[in-house]
Design a protein around this ligand. Sequence first.
Ligand code: HEM
Length: 422
Amino acid sequence: MAGGPRRQYNNPIIRWIEYRLPIVSTMEATLGRDMPTPRNLNYWWSMGMILTVALAIQILTGIFLAMHYVPTAEGAFDSVERIMRDVNNGWMIRYMHANGASLFFAAVYIHIMRGLYYGSYKAPRELLWILGVLLLFIMMATAFIGYVLPWGQMSFWGATVITNLFSAIPLIGETLTTWIWGGFAVDNPTLNRFFSLHYLLPFVIAGITVLHIWALHVHGPSNPLGISPKGKHDTLPYHPYYTTKYLTVFGITLIIFAFFVFYEPLYLNHPDSFKPADPLSTPSHIVPEWYFLPFYAILRAIPDKLGGVIMFIASVAILFLVPFLDTSKVRSARFRPIYKQFYWIFIADVLLLGWCGSQPAGGIALLLARLGTVYYFAHFLLVMPLVGWFEKPRAIPEGISKPVIPKERAGFTAETSPEAAE
Ligand code: HEM
């Protein structure tokens, strides 16, 4: 039999399928049905699950929206209004989709911050991380083009500002922009191709997510201590321990999501989105969605258009290099007293950039955006390599189940500890 011994299944339907196409056993072998999971995962390890749920929500609600949406410059705005007023539960589907994008980004940012704090990107999980950054890039592209589809003022002008950036590329810039637009301005062909791509890209995200989770299952998840499990006493089966633990996060997330969908659906929206696109009237202040604000601040912080575009792309692309920029041998920031401080300064810097991105470009906001941009890149290019070299990490516990506190002070030895007695 090709592919080694297969598992025996009691369910006759699965047995029938397995004999002809060993899909269930292959999935179990790669996705690890009984994968032993470190016993000390905290709640920050639940975001991957929330992301998967968010992707499912976006795809499902998106499919139903697409049934009623009209992807033409004449029909788009009205078709969205029709979804809101005439389609059964259309308002709910649309609000779920719009707020679902925010949920998706909130979860992905927490997921990335978790990775940066606990050094999840370190060997042997570099490729897992790189696939994650690729997911982030595609998520951003998908969200950006999705925002254009309702064809309101913000859609139109957001698309105009961002697509115009390509024209800064030397030699090919103008031609490339015309090619993206499908004409000489953002217009019907642009909207049409954006719709086509907006439908396609979530499935690309789903495909890369499978690779991401596959890579995760090769070496298993890392954990808050950043040390590998040393045996059975360091691990737990994922189910029922983590399924139940993370069910609470799932519940709380759904409550927050429902609050936004049913009580504050437009909280994150912009009033100009209620005006149909008008190429002859530019809104006084063009702002992107909240999840793009730090990157938007970096884009505008650079006085030169091409320079801004490069830094804008570099601000996300630099994440690809993180596994190679961090020189520390220690994975988790728990044992890295200096990196830990820099980590929080970095978070504050990103929040500051976010605020700057929401303000008109000028005055103090512009100055802070410039300083924030310098610090943003310095964190990756200077802090990560240098702190890794010079920092003296704290003592690392021998194993996940062994207490770190010295035996004398703890009052019990690792062998007589309550954990060892389990
Ligand atoms: C569509 C977006 C994404 C989905 C659906 C997704 C899904 C998941 C899932 C299910 C896990 C395992 C559970 C967990 O650790 O939370 C995971 C782990 C991980 N993800 Fe993602 N992810 C996404 C984006 C990203 C991004 C943008 C990054 C980094 C830039 C990233 C980096 C990682 C890393 C390093 C781990 C392993 C963490 C560890 O074990 O310490 N992921 N992801």
